[in-house]
Ligand binder design. Structure first.
Ligand code: 5MM
Length: 338
C-alpha cells in the first residue's frame, strides 16, 4: 500500500515542465515577509495570503506540488472551502513541512542542527489524514573557514535519513533539503567542494538507513559564490559547476532534483535553472524548482495586503511559475519577462 502511494506521488511530481511552490514558511519566517509590506503577522493575514496563492487559476499547469506549513492544512477560503481542496482541484499535490526548525548545535558555535524527529510518525499520520502526500525537512549549513564541520554534516545527514524512512513507511514521499547558505564571501569553488561533501555524506546515510531513493526528491542549493564574494561568476559557470557536482554526488535513482532559490533574485533563479537544463542533454533526473522567495517575492510586493491587488498578485505568481516551468525545460528567454 505505501509503495503504491509513494509511486503514484512520485509520478505526479516528476513531470518535465512543472515544479514545486514552497509556501511552508513557519510563523516567524512568514512574519518577516508580512512585515516587509507593513502587515501584522496575524492568523487572518496568513490565511488571506495563502488563500490568494491557492486560488491562482491556472497554477496547476506549472506547479505540481505545494509545500504548506501545518496551520494551512486547516485553513479555508472566504467561501469556507478548504485550501487543500482548492489546490487539489488544480491537481496540485499537497506537501507539508515536518521539521521543527533549526537550533544551534551544542559544542559547535554558529552551526545548526534541525529538530523534529520526536513524535514524527504520529504527526505524519495526522497530516496524511488532512491530505498531505509528501513532506519536507530542511537542514541549514553555513560556509566559513571552519564550517560546516564534519560532525554537523554527519549529524544533519543522519537526521534527514531517519526522517525519510519515517515518511516512506507511511507512504509519504520525503523531500530532503540539505541547504548550504549563500551568506559569506566564499568562492564558487569552495561552495562546490562543500556541496559535494554534503551530498555524498547525505546519500551515504540515506543508503545506510535503506531509504528508497526512487521515491525521494532532492532539494539542494545551486552551487553559487557567497553573496559577498568579489567574483560573482557567470550564469554559465554556475550551471556547469552545479551540474558537475550533482553528477558526481547524486545517484541516478533519484527521480527529481528541485532546487531551492536561497536568496537569489527571482530572475537569477530562473536564468540559472534554465542554464542548468541547457547544459546537458544527458540528464538522469528531472531538474526543476522548489522555490519559496523566488516565486513569492513579486506576489507579496504586488499584493501589499490589499484586496484590490489580489488579481495583480496572482498574475505575478502565474508569471513566475510559467517562467520557471520554461526554465525547467531549458526554454526560458529573458525577453519573455516583459
Ligand atoms: C518557504 O520557506 C521555507 C520554510 O522556511 P523556515 O523554516 O525558515 O520557516 C524554506 O524551507 C524553504 O522551503 C526553502 O528554504 C527554500 O526556499 P527559498 O526561498 O530558498 O527558495
Amino acid at each position: 500500500m505505501s509503495i503504491q502511494m509513494l509511486s503514484e506521488t512520485i509520478d505526479l511530481m516528476s513531470k518535465n515542465g512543472q515544479g514545486i511552490l514552497a509556501a511552508d514558511e513557519s510563523t516567524g519566517t512568514i512574519g518577516k515577509r508580512l512585515s516587509s509590506i507593513d502587515l501584522e503577522n496575524s492568523f487572518e493575514n496568513r490565511r488571506l495570503y495563502r488563500n490568494l496563492l491557492a486560488n491562482t487559476q491556472g497554477l496547476g499547469k506549472y506547479i505540481n506540488g505545494i509545500i504548506l506549513f501545518e496551520e494551512t492544512l486547516d485553513q479555508k477560503d472566504n467561501k469556507n472551502v478548504s485550501i487543500v481542496e482548492i489546490l487539489r482541484s488544480q491537481e496540485i499535490v499537497i506537501g507539508i513541512k515536518v521539521d521543527k526548525g533549526i537550533k544551534e548545535m551544542p559544542n559547535f558555535p554558529n552551526e545548526n542542527i534541525t529538530e523534529g524527529l520526536d513524535g514524527l510518525t504520529n504527526r505524519i499520520i495526522n497530516y496524511k489524514e488532512k491530505g498531505a502526500r509528501f513532506a519536507k525537512w530542511r537542514n541549514v549549513m553555513v560556509i566559513s573557514k571552519d564550517t560546516p564541520s564534519e560532525t554537523v554534516v554527519h549529524s544533519n545527514s543522519e537526521m534527514l535519513a531517519r526522517y525519510a524512512v519515517i515518511c516512506q513507511n507511511q507512504g509519504i514521499v520525503p523531500i530532503i533539503e540539505p541547504e548550504i547558505l549563500m551568506n559569506g564571501s566564499h568562492s564558487l569553488q569552495r561552495c562546490a567542494e562543500v556541496t559535494e561533501i554534503v551530498l555524498k555524506e547525505l546519500f551515504h546515510y540515506l543508503q545506510k538507513h535503506k531509504v528508497k531513493l526512487e521515491y525521494t526528491i532532492l532539494k539542494p542549493n545551486m552551487v553559487l559564490p557567497g553573496q559577498n564574494c568579489d567574483d560573482q561568476s557567470s550564469t554559465a559557470e554556475i550551471a556547469e559547476t552545479t551540474f558537475e557536482i550533482l553528477k558526481r554526488s547524486v545517484p541516478y535513482s533519484i527521480p527529481s532534483i528541485c532546487f531551492l532559490s536561497g536568496g537569489q533574485t527571482p530572475t537569477e533563479a530562473t536564468e540559472r535553472l534554465n542554464a542548468i537544463n541547457q547544459f546537458s542533454d544527458n540528464k538522469p533526473w528531472v531538474l526543476s524548482f522548489s522555490y519559496g522567495r523566488a516565486l513569492q517575492e513579486p506576489v507579496i510586493s504586488s499584493w501589499i495586503g490589499k484586496e484590490a491587488n489580489v488579481t495583480k498578485a496572482q498574475e505575478a505568481l502565474l508569471h513566475r511559475a510559467k517562467m520557471n516551468s520554461l526554465a525547467s525545460l531549458g526554454e526560458y528567454r529573458i525577453e519573455l519577462e516583459s
